[in-house]
Ligand binder design. Structure first.
Ligand code: GLA
Ligand code: ZN
Length: 680
């Protein structure tokens, strides 16, 4: 449990009473009660209010907020406010201001704007965290610490440059090793002094998301991710010194590209994240992101820290969440491991860029709105659910490997194709499993593979030390491993492993790739099946890249149908020990993916949770050996599933359910395994 003080799915969100007057506060409390809200994320952007100058700290307003909320049963997810520095600090200590990728020194403005290597920022952020911890350590309303907000963005200032050199010395030991790792003899880049190294931005090596030197650019991403993490850790340590038992988190952003969240999660007591899909985001993409957030801490439940009750303001087209969709997406998060449902925000602000962002309490100010009614109804339901779902785990036999450093390397690769998008390729595999309701974990490269039967590592371009050996051991003991084109090509420094692609994975895959063809937009090659293989037969399309591979013990189950490499293997399988290793040499169409994943699951004995019609998502969490089944209807029409003879109890109504279960349009049904009607 995240905190035993509140043994239910926490319900609430960001709350900014500092933007309102006392009359409104009373109304807020009244309406929070009506909506079943029991947690408010406060003090997210209040640094300037709390600290009007260098020496003065004023907690009076925050004291009052904490007391007022607690009195009415609302706990605090207490933020440290360091997501935006005060204007006086920027004026007096310009080192807190970032330098952007174009090399321009920023002025005061925006948020998430502090240089992570600014001595001033670090000093005052640590001091603020310490003061907050001291002040509220005994406050009964304190539920969890929320450090800063949505860390992100890079800085290219001179302090960062100096810190980068220190970071490099620590990572490599010597300049020689740096020169080797970056292959600096290319374009005459040999460095003779650490001081010659400058950050890779648009004044030096990078333009857009491209670079002349992958090694330098990769290390700068690692370094900036580490620098921001260091800022988080400084605050974490201050908080833990005073309140060792209060959990600490910071809100992440799913597949956000700039930070290596697997590295971050090691320092978080609980992962939390902000979910902002748009109206046309595939349900499988959101599901995959929840699964990734759960995977950051090896399956530990996470927090849904933010979502909008109705609409965003920052997307190009901010569609309203249709009736029922807020509830549907809330339970989708819960189904995949969230133990909280929280919003940005509780009351809509009246000025600046988020005034058209949805909130539980809209500008009209009363509770008679569609959005409020939906929020209040969900609040009531979460009350009914109590602690019945808390801490339940998701048990998967299939896993997909995702790695941030690999993503950086693929994005920066400079060839073979700009059409290659790592996250999209990962999603293709995830989506095929999702459509079958096969529960899948999203795991990092450091995760043990032991508990899985099927492990898929799409576009594992960068192989980290030990990963190939882990895959070999996994397959040897009977596991099924799948990887794709553009895998095993480089080491951690983006230096190619010579001797034939896919480098260290050659042995387990039983193939080697000689060349990689890039197809033009809209161009395809054919994947021609060698006869019928389970659900696959005939031919399919492959696009983006086509590896030209040779068999070294593997068997081709499909070959290319066109071009000068017609007849060369397009999909192979290699028996290795007790298991199998598959190689998919191109990016297949949906029909192939569906049949392919079905075959793999059938063979590995991985059963779907339930067969459901298109758009009806089934997900399971398990608690005390009992399954909790979520049926989530993403369709605009009612649909249903057949539960067969098994007996379930509707978690919200207490009714016993078996056989056909109908789920309304955008509706949700939550079923607990077994007949609990006698318990009522
Ligand atoms: C992010 C931030 C919030 C708010 C929302 C708006 O998630 O953390 O402060 O800006 O976006 O969608
Ligand atoms: Zn900087």
């Amino acid at each position: 449990m995240i905190n035993e003080k509140l043994p239910k799915i926490w319900y609430g969100g960001d709350y900014n009473p500092e933007q309102w007057d006392a009359e409104t506060w009373a109304e807020d409390n009244r309406m929070f009660k009506l909506a079943g809200i029991d947690v408010a994320t406060v003090n997210v952007f209040s640094w300037a209010l709390i600290q009007p100058d260098e020496e003065t700290y004023d907690f009076a307003a925050l004291d009052a907020t904490m007391d007022r909320l607690y009195k009415d049963g609302v706990y605090a997810c207490l933020a440290t406010s360091t997501g935006a520095h005060p204007a006086w600090m920027a004026k007096r200590y310009p080192d807190v201001l970032r330098v952007d990728k174009q090399g321009r020194k920023r002025k005061f403005g925006g948020r998430h704007n502090s240089c992570p290597n600014s001595p001033t920022f670090r000093k005052y952020a640590a001091r603020l965290a310490a003061k907050l911890a001291e002040r509220y350590k005994d406050h009964p309303g304190l539920l969890i610490w929320h450090v800063s907000n949505e860390y992100g963005g890079y800085c290219y200032c001179d302090n960062c440059a100096a810190a980068f050199r220190v970071w490099l010395k620590r990572r490599y030991g010597s300049l020689d090793a740096v020169n080797r790792a970056w292959n600096t003899r290319f374009w005459g880049h040999t460095f003779y002094d650490f001081d010659e190294i400058v950050p890779p931005n648009e004044l030096s090596e990078e333009w857009g998301n491209r670079t002349n030197f992958q090694g330098i650019s990769l290390d700068y991403r690692r370094f900036q991710s580490d620098s921001l993490l260091e800022c988080y850790k400084i605050e974490y340590d201050e908080l833990k010194k005073v309140t060792p038992d209060v959990p600490v988190t910071t809100n992440l952003m799913g597949f956000y590209p700039e930070l290596d969240y697997f590295a971050w999660a090691k320092h978080m007591d609980v992962v939390s994240w902000d979910n902002y899909p748009s109206i046309d985001t595939p349900a499988s993409f959101t599901a995959m992101t929840h699964d990734l957030m759960r995977g950051l801490k090896s399956g530990q439940p996470f927090m849904l820290m933010e979502q909008t009750p109705s609409q965003q303001n920052w997307q190009p087209y901010n569609a309203l969440k249709r009736p029922g969709v807020m509830r549907l997406w809330s339970y989708q998060a819960v189904a995949r491991g969230a133990d909280t449902v929280m919003f940005f925000q509780l009351r809509r602000s009246i000025g600046a860029c988020e005034k058209y962002h949805g909130a539980v309490i809209e500008h009209v100010g009363h509770e008679h709105t569609r959005v409020f009614r939906e929020c209040a109804e969900l609040g009531r339901e979460l009350g009914v659910l109590g602690d019945s779902i808390l801490d339940a785990r998701v048990e998967s036999k299939a896993a997909i490997v995702y790695d941030w450093e690999n993503r950086w390397a693929v994005d920066l690769s400079s060839g073979p194709s700009v059409a290659l998008n790592y996250v999209d390729e990962v999603h293709k595999y995830y989506d095929a499993l999702f459509r079958m309701n096969v529960q899948t974990d999203m795991i990092g490269v450091e995760e043990s593979l032991e508990k899985y039967d099927l492990v898929i590592a799409p576009v594992m371009y960068m192989l980290k030390p030990g990963f190939a050996a882990k895959v070999e051991a996994f397959v040897k003991r009977g596991g099924t491993f799948v990887t794709t084109f553009f895998s095993g090509i480089v080491n951690e420094s983006d230096l190619v492993t010579c001797g034939g692609y896919p480098g260290e994975l050659r042995k387990v895959l039983g193939i080697w790739a000689e060349e990689i063809d890039a197809l033009l937009p809209g161009q395809t090659n054919k994947i021609v099946m060698n006869g019928t293989v389970g659900a696959l037969s005939g031919q399919y399309d492959g696009s983006i890249l086509c590896d030209l591979i040779h068999l070294e013990g593997a068997e081709a189950i499909a070959t290319y149908g066109e071009d000068f490499y017609k007849g060369m293997p397009a999909v192979t399988v290699n028996k290795y020990g007790e298991g199998e290793a598959w190689y998919v040499a191109t990016s297949p169409d949906k029909a192939f993916m569906q049949g392919f994943l079905k075959n793999l699951c059938d063979k590995a004995g991985i059963r779907p949770i339930l067969d459901t019609p298109e758009g009806l998502e089934a997900a399971v969490r398990t608690k005390d050996g009992k399954r909790i089944l979520f049926l989530l209807n993403h369709n605009k029409t009612a649909t249903g599933a057949d539960m067969g003879e098994s007996v379930w109890t509707d978690a919200l109504t207490g009714e016993t359910r078996r056989g056909a279960v109908e789920v309304p349009a955008h509706g949700v049904v939550i079923l607990m395994e077994g007949d609990a009607s006698h318990v009522q």
